[in-house]
Design a protein around this ligand. Structure first.
Ligand code: ZN
Ligand code: ZN
Length: 112
């Protein structure tokens, strides 16, 4: 039994943000899974990149933190199922890096 997703079925393809309608371009370096403008993402993965989740709820960015090796991380909460997850903030990208001011509008998590 599978539920087909009308959008967001391929990895690293441009897509339209479900939150702000921005047409998100490809990333030059990685599999982009969130909007560089508003940082919203979609709950499509059970494990990173597998696109196996059937939820497809909006992942709302709620906070950020700094990871020793990975750099800035965005903390998400799914508005449908409540799942919490983290994604790497895309700081450097030749096509379209994430909006740093949008990240800073979220609350900072300073504990490690
Ligand atoms: Zn957006
Ligand atoms: Zn979800």
């Amino acid at each position: 039994m599978t539920i087909q997703s009308p959008v967001f079925t391929k990895i690293n393809e441009s897509f339209t943000c479900k939150n702000c309608n921005y047409l998100v371009p490809l990333s030059s370096s990685t599999c982009r899974d969130h909007c560089p403008k508003c940082l919203f993402s979609i709950h499509v993965d059970n494990n990173p990149g597998d696109r196996a989740a059937e939820c497809l709820g909006l992942l709302k960015p709620v906070a950020w933190s700094q990871h020793k090796k990975k750099g800035y991380m965005i903390h998400y909460k799914c508005l449908v199922c409540g799942l919490e997850k983290r994604n790497k903030f895309l700081e450097i990208d030749s096509n379209m890096p994430d909006d740093f001011s949008a990240l800073l509008k979220l609350s900072a998590i300073t504990k490690v």
